[in-house]
Design a protein around this ligand. Structure first.
Ligand SMILES: O=P(O)(O)OC[C@H]1O[C@](O)(CO)[C@@H](O)[C@@H]1O
Length: 641
């Protein structure tokens, strides 16, 4: 700073010859950047006000001005010099791992956990940012806005203006939350309730009418009501979860009769529970799966209540249905918890409880990361550095794609999880002022080294349209000797570093996030870090990160198709309509449809030709036959009874 000031003509002879107040006016006079002005303000505050502690790195300020029993620290501190010496000796012993809890003969490791479990993020090879010292100040206005927005979000202000809602996922894991009823303590209380029910099911204390222990849990949800739970369970058990967990766990997400039928083939229906997860309680795919499951229960004379649990918002369609049918468990989430950020709510709790996982470690990890990403000093805030690096990269080079490569099977679902978090949040047509300004970040990825043998060829040598987020863990729990690398774990490390080295040579920018181990605490930190980066990027790009109007477009069109499909079936069944070699347009006339979407109608007619005989598909058209012909580039349909 001294050098820059000298170059800019400030009248100082040496770095020591600087009076802070003079320095400030000189800086103002030469119109230097505002970040330096802020720093000087802090220094002046620190020097002129001896009762205020301010740590520039973390932004912590403690004001002792009105602690009247201490008139001056200068007088009081020396009277405790012996004790202070002892404090520092003990601090060193604690952090070295010495036994300091003598009654229980234990070391005390919470400081060590926090120190070593925090991620290390290495931006050395993020080549689009040559130096944060240069780049950060260019975004000072955006950074100010970021912290204003962060405070507004955490205070519970309405920040999702299109949906007129607050956004509460940060409050759910905040020790001291300003929003009543939403805090880490409240979340842990709800976790205890969830565990009580799930543990009694797992232990066989709560049984269905047949008297046997529940054997199978089917999680039914989509988007954020599926990706988070699956990601957590995979992080603990990889894809072996189905055979490892008791009761057995299954996931159904899509509307896919084939996979639904496979799940039904694997479970023992009289001892199964479907856990339906839906914030809105009305998502079509999820509702369809629950309806299909319940009609099979009914066919088998099994009561719905004993075989269903719901996670949803109060008074949603699902909440009312669950009350009506006396589901064995209903856990409510808040309206302000967005689907893609709901993993820290009952959406993540219930799957963790059934999988025997400690959800509290996950939210504590989130909470810890939130405190790091609240730091107002850019250089010590990991989310802010990531957001600046990514924003700068998209602006200067135009990188629109982010590849997430996690070197650990535990994170097999992580890229998929991030895809929703990032793309549903940042892929927007309008900015917050309502102007058309399409934005977005395409996210894809998977696990290294597997992807090394899949998409990495293009990344290394093909078009340069992406940057990479690499995630790896420093400590392993087990290992196996192999000759080429010494051990399997060492081979993985060689591949992480080998890939990074090749990326440097091929000039592909990346940053590397490394954590101690894939514990739930670490996964909580990772999730919270990405949530914050997304929040920050949304401010920088002036987007509402919390709505998803584009998804609504597809949902509404599918509803219109549903309506036409039902009307077509009903019209054909009424009077047993027959026709021969008719185009979709002609069929519309036969069925007396005035205005019709022919693109939809042709797809429906084609589907009838292929599936009309299938039990369960077109109930009203039982006994009808249908076929199609393709003549001169057009489809013609024939129907007979
Ligand atoms: O939990 P719900 O309400 O069923 O919604 C499922 C998913 O659908 C969306 O609303 C849109 O895809 C997501 O945001 C959400 O996670």
């Amino acid at each position: 700073m001294y050098r820059l000031l000298k170059e800019a003509g400030a009248p100082f002879r040496s770095p020591l010859d600087v009076n802070l107040t003079d320095l400030k006016s000189s800086v103002e006079a030469i119109n230097f950047n505002t970040r330096i002005l802020d720093r000087i303000d802090f220094q002046i505050e620190k020097m002129s006000s001896p009762f205020v502690f301010y740590d520039h790195e973390s932004g912590i300020k403690i004001d002792f001005t009105h602690f009247s029993t201490v008139s001056s620290f200068d007088d009081v501190v020396p009277t405790y010099i012996t004790e202070i010496r002892e404090i520092f000796k003990t601090l060193k012993r604690i952090e070295k791992g010495d036994i300091v809890n003598h009654t229980e003969k234990r070391a005390v490791d919470h400081y060590n956990l926090r120190m070593s479990e925090s991620p290390v993020i290495d931006f050395t090879h993020f080549s689009t940012v040559s130096s944060f010292d240069d780049v950060v100040p260019t975004y000072i206005t955006e950074i100010r806005e970021i912290f204003k927005t962060l405070k507004r979000i955490e205070k519970g202000d309405i920040v999702n203006h299109t949906e007129k809602r607050a956004v509460d996922h940060y409050n759910l894991r905040m020790s001291e939350s300003p929003v009543v009823g939403k805090s880490l303590a409240e979340t842990l209380k709800q976790w205890e309730d969830v565990k009580k029910l799930c543990d009694s099911i797992r232990a066989g204390e709560l049984k269905p009418a047949c008297g046997e222990k529940y054997s199978d849990i089917i999680f039914n949800g989509i988007g954020g009501s599926y990706l988070g739970p699956l990601m957590l369970i995979i992080s603990a058990y990889t894809d072996q979860f189905c055979s490892v967990c008791q009761p057995k766990l299954h996931f159904i997400s899509n509307s896919d009769p084939e996979s639904f039928s496979k799940i039904l083939g694997r479970v023992n229906l009289p001892t199964s529970i479907m856990v339906t997860i839906s914030k809105s309680g009305s998502t079509a795919e999820t509702r369809g799966n629950m309806e299909a499951f319940n009609s099979i229960l009914e066919k088998n004379s099994l009561p719905k209540g004993e075989h269903n649990i719901a996670i949803t918002t109060k008074l949603s369609m699902l909440d009312k249905y669950a009350a009506e049918h006396k589901f064995i468990g209903v856990f409510n989430m808040h309206n302000e918890t967005g689907g893609r950020t709901s993993v820290g709510s009952p959406v993540g709790m219930v799957p963790c409880a059934f999988a025997g996982l400690d959800f509290s470690a996950f939210v504590k990890g989130q909470s810890h990361m939130d405190s790091l990403t609240r730091r107002e000093d850019a250089l010590s805030n990991p989310a802010l550095l990531m957001a600046v690096a990514i924003h700068h990269s998209t602006i200067t080079v135009g990188h629109k794609n982010m590849i997430v490569l996690a070197y650990c099977d535990a994170l097999r679902e992580f890229a998929h999880y991030l895809q929703q978090l990032w793309m549903e949040s940042l892929g927007k047509k309008h900015d917050t002022a309502g102007r058309v300004h399409p934005e977005g970040q395409s996210v894809f990825g998977g696990v290294g080294t597997s992807e090394q043998h899949a998409f990495m060829q293009q990344v290394q040598q093909g078009i340069h349209d992406c940057f990479i987020q690499l995630i790896s863990f420093r400590r392993r729990e087990t290992d196996f000797p192999i000759t080429s690398s010494g051990s399997m774990g060492r081979q993985l490390l060689s591949f992480v570093k080998g890939t990074e080295d090749a990326l440097v040579k091929n000039k592909v920018p990346f940053f590397d996030i490394s954590l101690l181990s894939p514990s739930l605490f670490s996964i909580g930190m990772l999730v919270a870090l990405q949530e914050r980066v997304v929040s920050f990027l949304a401010v920088m790009k002036r987007l509402n990160a919390y709505d998803q109007p584009g998804v609504q477009d597809g949902k509404l069109s599918a509803k219109a198709m549903d309506k036409l499909s039902l009307e077509t079936e009903a019209a054909m069944a009424e009077g047993k309509v027959s026709f021969e070699k008719k185009s979709a347009e002609e069929v519309a006339v036969i069925l007396k449809f005035d205005e019709v979407n022919l693109f939809f109608l042709e797809a429906i007619l084609m589907d009838m030709c292929e599936n009309i005989k299938l039990e369960g598909s077109y109930g009203k058209l039982k006994g009808a036959e249908m076929k199609f012909e393709f003549i001169d580039g057009q489809f013609f349909f024939t129907m007979s009874w």
